[in-house]
Ligand binder design. Structure first.
Ligand SMILES: C[S@@+](CC[C@H](N)C(=O)[O-])C[C@H]1O[C@@H](n2cnc3c(N)ncnc32)[C@H](O)[C@@H]1O
Length: 228
């Protein structure tokens, strides 16, 4: 999704103030359980530098900090980062939240041991993901790990019986011209893209070696890659 659309939609979503956005809530804690269950054993160093790419309001970042990591989160939305910083202050966290574009990240080469990209890929065009893949490779240290969580597009269509959504599908770009209606009744253009596990593996394998591919709940897959 282009940067301005992403900023606009995230601002509107954050303003709903759903408990899921707030790391302190029960809903958010359940949502980030996967971090404790599946990332703990990757945090092996005394100082493990982790990056949360497209961190939103920071729930995954705070969960990674609980594993003992030094965490940085980046998101293009000023409102999401402000929300994350308010929680940070309240829970006395040391996470570092930065407003920035994940297709052009403001970090030095070889900075992070692990980068995560949770549930964001659906909003990204194929060209954007090529850029993100190069950016993440650049900021990871040698043998650094990249963890992606995502749904598989075919599984999603089958599960949601979303055959109507296919009417909004653009064959040439892989884009669904979706809109979302928020609880306040406002409607926003929300383009999403058709991604399968196999295609994501193929694209990221240009810069990474696939280490692990597992289903972590009924909808979500986790792919773990090592920097080439
Ligand atoms: C689907 S939300 C997921 C947020 C978070 N990862 C989570 O699991 O709660 C996608 C996030 O990516 C951010 N985003 C979209 N495009 C971006 C860009 N080009 N650079 C940085 N962040 C971006 C949005 O602002 C939003 O917070």
């Amino acid at each position: 999704m282009n940067l301005n659309s992403a900023k606009k939609i995230t601002k509107a979503i954050v303003e709903i103030d759903h408990p899921l956005f707030d790391f302190r809530s029960k809903e958010a804690k359940i949502n980030v359980k996967w971090v404790h269950m599946y990332l703990k054993h990757y945090v092996t160093k005394k100082v493990c530098q982790m990056l949360d790419v497209g961190c939103g309001t920071g729930k995954q970042s705070f969960a990674m900090e609980e594993l003992g990591a030094a965490v940085t989160g980046i998101d293009c939305s000023r409102e999401a980062i402000k929300y994350a910083n308010n929680i940070k202050k309240n829970i006395k966290s040391d996470c570092n939240f930065i407003i920035g574009d994940y297709t052009d990240m403001p970090f030095n080469k070889n900075t992070f041991d692990i980068a995560i990209f949770p549930k964001n890929i659906i909003e990204c065009s194929y060209g954007e993901v090529e850029k993100i893949s190069k950016e993440i490779k650049k900021v990871l240290k040698i043998k650094g790990l990249f963890v992606l969580t995502m749904e598989d597009g075919i599984e999603k269509i089958k599960r949601e019986k979303g055959y109507n959504a296919l009417k909004k599908y653009q064959t040439r770009t892989g884009k669904f011209n979706e809109n979302i209606i928020l609880p306040n009744g406002k409607k926003y253009y929300y383009p999403i893209y058709f991604w399968t596990i196999a295609y994501a593996k193929y694209i990221f394998s240009k810069n990474f070696i696939i280490e692990r591919d597992r289903k972590i709940d009924s909808n979500l897959h986790m792919l773990v890659f090592k920097k080439k």
